[in-house]
Design a protein around this ligand. Structure first.
Ligand code: ZN
Length: 236
């Protein structure tokens, strides 16, 4: 079960916990929490959504029914910031060609420079994702390596102050309906975003496939039927 997947019962704190920061002359300059803690902000000063954690008292691993369509903001941030496997939290697969990422297939054939909220994976969990993740099985996937996965920005909710009250702005969406990333370079907006996903831009990309990776790692090959089925869904 992916470490970053949201679990039933994990909930965001209410919007009423948010406040407005002002400069010395009383001009609103960004969002804050009413009682803020250092971990509420990332290295670039962006404020992050607070979501409760449901963990097993014994293993300390996330517990409860998974909500596969959603990621837990702080667990996603933790794995993406430190480039660890999104499933087990261990070291991701890394070779001369870079870190291993498993992405949903896109429309565009060239994944160089894509922006992603999916942290990297180890080889075992790339294989598990390809064989067991219904979302990837349905939409197809691309397995790739990136030598330089640069920190890029966040996904989140942007607010604006109206008469000293925070108003949420409509979601930033692209022409295809997908959430638009907010790059860290958009300094006029980043103080007003409540982030829920950390994004990296994958550069110096090499597209690969799982059978090649298994062979290069000296791991046993998959049964021929599995190999054939997933090769058909790989983005070209
Ligand atoms: Zn793993």
């Amino acid at each position: 079960m992916p470490y970053i997947t949201l679990r039933k019962g994990e909930e965001s704190v209410p919007e009423s916990m948010l406040g407005i920061r002002y400069n010395r002359t009383g001009v609103p300059i960004g969002l804050c929490y009413r009682w803020e803690m250092p971990r509420d902000r990332d290295d670039r000063g962006v404020l992050w959504a607070r979501t409760s954690q449901s963990r097993s008292p014994d293993t300390k691993r996330p517990a409860g029914k998974p909500i596969f369509a959603s990621m837990h903001p702080s667990r996603q941030r933790e794995m993406m910031a430190s480039l660890r496997c999104q499933v087990c939290g261990g070291q991701p697969s890394r070779t001369e060609e870079g870190y291993l990422f498993l992405e949903k297939a896109g429309n565009d054939g060239d994944p160089e420079g894509i922006t992603t909220g999916q942290p990297p994976v180890c080889l075992d969990h790339a294989l598990a994702g390809i064989e067991m993740c219904s979302h990837l099985i349905e939409h197809g996937y691309v397995l790739l390596r990136s030598k330089v996965p640069r920190l890029h920005g966040v996904l989140g909710q942007v607010y604006t102050p109206v008469d000293n009250v925070l108003e949420p702005l409509p979601p930033l969406v692209g022409p295809d309906g997908s959430d638009l990333p907010l790059p860290y370079t958009m300094r006029e907006l980043t103080p007003w975003v409540l982030a829920s996903q950390l994004l990296r831009r994958l550069t110096r990309v090499t597209v690969t496939d799982i059978d090649r990776e298994l062979a290069m790692a000296g791991k046993p090959a998959r049964p021929a039927a599995d190999a054939k089925r997933s090769r058909n869904s790989v983005m070209r």
